[in-house]
Write a protein that binds this ligand. Structure first.
Ligand code: NAD
Length: 296
């Protein structure tokens, strides 16, 4: 079993790290939030006081951080991971970040003699808890092969998406679909209520019809039909609306950089910006149904 450092123990990182502990790996963990660290220590991990301290002596580093600047800081700042990791160590960044930062941090890793893959995930907190995440991995084939058994302890579907940054490209495209489809499902359930059609009935029909999608059947934004969805716990995340906005803004940035037409992605970003501006950035992203249900 390997010495693994895990940095970023939030909604996703905590259950992912717990699954690595369950698989028998020795974890050294760091998060800015002491309560997040304490939860892992209770499960048998060792606390580190900086990312560099977590990396010292590790063979594998896994990070699950909010956005690109956090990833750059954890890996590249003075005393960070790259200053303390032993030569030959492999870094697996599972955060959702911009393609350019993923490629840039990957290049720095290679120059310093480390492996690096971008390995963002899909499947939400329930997938993280169940160890059924989908990983989309960018990086050299040799690094992918080393990463694979560690990813298999946290997920079920592991896809090599190509060279550095391609994991992030896949994730950003996927989440643009998710942001747009969550708004579509929310609009439909809000309109159904006004039309006198209850949520469970619409769910029973649409979940077996052409409107079926993950945002409906696994994460229904209307309370009731999917007991595990955040709609049934007052939209506590889950996946925060501010994170969805970040991902849709990444999609806008990437679409501009390659001249891709993404009118629905653009509108979805605007609606999530409006929702977050109302102070709801910390709510689950499916809570956008509450904004839409207010009516025109
Ligand atoms: P989160 O905010 O719950 O967790 C992020 C954690 O990182 C927090 O515990 C925070 O304290 C820690 N952190 C921030 N800066 C740090 C630093 N410099 N050093 C150490 N720790 C630091 O977020 P999350 O929902 O777990 O999401 C993490 C990433 O996974 C994001 O990029 C998100 O887009 C992506 N993601 C989330 C979901 C989901 O359903 N929540 C699904 C797929 C992908």
């Amino acid at each position: 079993m390997a010495a693994v450092a895990f940095i970023g123990l939030g909604n996703m990182g905590r259950p992912m790290a717990l699954n690595l502990v369950k698989a028998g790996h020795a974890l050294r963990v760091f998060d800015l939030n002491p309560a997040a660290v304490a939860a892992l220590v209770a499960a048998g991990a060792v606390a580190a006081s900086t990312p560099g301290e977590a990396a010292a002596g590790a063979e594998i580093i896994v990070s699950m951080l909010p956005a690109g600047p956090h990833v750059r800081d954890v890996y590249s700042s003075a005393g960070g991971v790259f200053d303390r990791l032993a030569p030959g160590g492999l870094c697996i960044d599972c955060s959702t970040i911009d393609v350019a930062t993923a490629r840039d941090v990957g290049d720095t890793a290679a120059q310093r003699g480390f492996g690096f893959v971008d390995a963002p995930v899909s499947g939400g907190t329930s997938g993280a808890e169940a160890g059924t995440l989908t990983f989309m991995v960018g990086g050299p084939a040799a690094a992918f092969a080393v990463a694979q058994p560690f990813l298999a302890a946290m997920g079920k579907t592991i896809v090599h998406a190509g060279g550095a940054g391609n994991g992030q490209a896949a994730k950003i495209c996927n989440n643009m679909i998710l942001g747009i489809s969550m708004i579509a499902v929310s609009e439909a359930f809000a309109m159904a209520e006004r039309l006198g059609l209850d949520a469970q009935t619409l769910f029973d029909i649409s979940s077996k019809s052409s409107g079926q999608c993950w945002a409906m059947t696994s994460y229904c934004p209307a309370p009731g039909p999917v007991p595990t969805s955040p709609a049934n716990r007052d939209y506590m995340p889950g996946f925060a609306a501010s994170m969805m906005l970040k991902d849709l803004e990444l999609a806008e940035k990437e679409s501009k950089s390659v001249g891709s037409a993404t009118p629905m992605g653009h509108l979805a970003a605007k609606l999530y910006r409006d929702y977050c501006d109302q102070g709801a950035g910390g709510s689950d992203f499916s809570g956008i149904i509450q904004m839409l249900a207010k009516g025109a």
